[in-house]
Ligand binder design. Structure first.
Ligand code: NAI
Length: 337
């Protein structure tokens, strides 16, 4: 038996179905053979409803210490209230790389087979810097910020990821034919990095063409590297190619910390019914274990998920099955035994 170390991990179960799917994920992580001490932060709940504020500062401080977090979905008010905890964590911990692997899941119906994509999205700037102002009534200006620093940093992340994970090809996605300066700088920064990785094929593709190509022939792509806004849109499009947000993981990664989360929402329509599909957060937990260098445990979880999906007996309703969250969780754990 190898010596095991205990990982301290911040757990933010979230709202709605968050606690249900997070509970499934912690059970599965613990059954995978790793030793974890969870630091849990959640808003106080009564009868499944939030009755107080989320302890945001304590949660951020915990991630600063543990360097790694697993998060369920959280309800965020639209156009009011404080920024979401995601935004707070991304900013305060400088989680500059959004990583979204997109693969077919056995037994989940989708238009395409053979999809195996990794999307890397720059997470800190572009139009999402939130710099907007009214110039005169009726005219609003929203600033698109692109820097050589952030573009070079995300390019390094993508090429390093490719090398470490046996990926062969990266497409940088842009609209530099129109936004010659901003997307032009994004591309020129990436080219400098790409030149240092002759083992990785490098291509550039305009974002509108990319969307068409993804819908028509997604298997041609290996990794996509995008600025923030295109990355947001294209990564959801790509999730749609393999069955939607319920079956894709995500990670927000920086140099000192990382946050892994399901990208679906709190699913208010099925809260408390015990039928939520925990696949996305479980896959995100597997990604987190990979990040923590628990490669075997990560593979064990993904292998068990694959078997449960192939057998199709215990999958949840959203993917055409009849299983409950707990039945699905028990089946995944049984496959790892
Ligand atoms: P949603 O993803 O919560 O729900 C859309 C549909 O997908 C619903 O029919 C829901 O039942 C279903 N669904 C989602 N996740 C599922 C799962 N794991 N298993 C089975 N079915 C699932 O999106 P919606 O309704 O737009 O958002 C609801 C709330 O979630 C909002 O307050 C929103 O702000 C929040 N949200 C939070 C996110 C996060 O924290 N990362 C991301 C997206 C939304």
């Amino acid at each position: 038996m190898m010596e095991t170390m205990t990982h301290k991990i911040t757990l933010l179960p979230g709202d709605g179905i968050g606690p249900e799917v997070a509970n499934a994920a912690t059970q599965i992580v613990e059954a995978s053979g790793v030793s974890v001490e969870w630091e849990v932060f959640a808003a106080p709940l009564k009868d499944g409803k939030r009755v107080g504020e989320f302890p945001r500062e304590q949660a951020v401080e915990s991630v600063r210490r543990t360097h790694v977090a697993l998060k369920g979905p959280m309800a965020t008010a639209v156009a009011e209230g404080p920024p979401s905890i995601n935004v707070a964590l991304r900013k305060e911990l400088d989680l500059y790389a959004n990583l979204r692997p997109v693969r077919n899941v056995a037994g989940v119906s989708s238009r395409w087979s053979g999809v195996d994509l990794v999307i890397v999205r720059e997470n800190t700037e572009d139009l999402y810097a939130g710099l907007e102002h009214t110039v005169v009534p009726g005219v609003v200006e929203s600033l698109k910020i692109i820097t050589e620093y952030a573009s070079t940093r995300i390019a390094r992340f993508a090429f390093e990821y490719a090398r470490k994970n046996g990926r062969k090809k990266i497409h940088a996605i842009h609209k530099a034919n129109i936004m010659k300066l901003s997307d032009g700088l994004f591309l020129s920064s990436i080219r400098v990095v790409a030149a240092k990785y002759p083992d990785i094929e490098y291509h550039e593709l305009i974002v509108d063409n990319t969307c068409m190509q993804l819908v028509m022939n997604p298997a041609q792509f290996d990794m996509l590297l995008l600025p923030n806004l295109y990355g947001d849109v294209v990564s959801d499009l790509a999730a749609g190619l393999v069955g939607g947000l319920g079956v894709v993981p995500s990670g927000n990664i920086g140099d000192v910390a990382a946050l892994f989360e399901a990208v679906h929402g709190t699913a208010p329509d099925i809260v408390g019914k015990g039928i939520a599909n925990p696949t996305a957060i479980v896959m995100s937990a597997a990604m987190m274990l990979n990040y923590l260098n628990e490669i075997e445990a990560s593979r064990r979880i993904l292998g068990a998920l694959d078997k449960v999906y192939r057998a199709g007996k215990h999958t949840t309703r959203d993917v055409g099955g009849t299983g409950t969250t707990q039945e699905f969780t028990r089946a995944v754990i049984a496959e790892m035994a």
